[in-house]
Design a protein around this ligand. Structure first.
Ligand SMILES: Cc1ncc(COP(=O)(O)O)c(C=O)c1O
Length: 187
């Protein structure tokens, strides 16, 4: 979310986040950490299968633009915490592209299922996402915490969080060959 915020360089008070009423609370927490105004965190209603309604998302985005706000981040979920609902990524991704909004796909709960070929359909439309995560520490029985986070353009993430003071510079961090996401090197 911070990478999405930084690439826009817009007034933070105008930035709007969208996710469904069924999304995990970590999305709202991320919005707080990123400094998004609470009233600009918009929950979109779901259908009878608890999936985000793309039409309602589209309508809310248009309303917000008309009010002078800047839609900048949508979090869709592949496997909601309460019911494993899978948001329609293809439709949501198309909306994100039209309005130039960062699309994050939260597969923390159920993304691991796609390891099985017969469940790979759950990621239909994922190619439209800017970022994606799933949690091996859930169904893969690894130690807590283990989240795999993917980003389409890693330069945006690194740029957003790069701080390279003298004491973090060394042969590896300045070589351009080593990517240390823990210190968000400039590489
Ligand atoms: C859909 C979803 N997203 C995000 C999370 C957050 O996962 P964690 O804090 O374990 O990385 C969870 C946890 O249950 C989840 O179900």
């Amino acid at each position: 979310m911070i990478a999405a915020r930084e690439q826009l360089k817009a007034d933070i008070n105008q930035l709007v986040v969208y996710t469904s009423t069924q999304a995990h609370s970590s999305i709202e927490k991320a919005a707080r950490v990123a400094g998004i105004k609470p009233e600009n965190f918009h929950l979109i209603e779901v259908d009878a299968d608890y999936r985000m309604c793309p039409e309602l998302l589209q309508q809310q985005i248009v309303r917000d633009i008309q009010s002078g706000l800047i839609p900048f981040y949508i979090a869709a979920t592949v496997g909601t915490t309460s019911s494993h609902a899978i948001d329609p990524l293809t439709e949501i991704g198309a909306i994100a592209q039209v309005h130039n909004i960062w699309l994050h796909v939260d597969g923390a709960m159920s993304g691991t299922a796609a390891i099985c070929p017969e469940y790979q359909w759950i990621h239909q439309g994922l190619e439209l996402a800017d970022s994606y995560c799933f949690n091996p520490h859930k169904w893969m029985l690894t130690n807590f915490d283990c989240t795999c986070f993917y980003v389409k353009d890693r330069a945006k993430l690194i740029h957003a969080l790069s701080i390279m003071p003298e004491f973090l510079k060394n042969q590896a961090s300045t070589s351009g060959k080593v990517i240390n996401k823990a210190i968000y090197s400039t590489q």
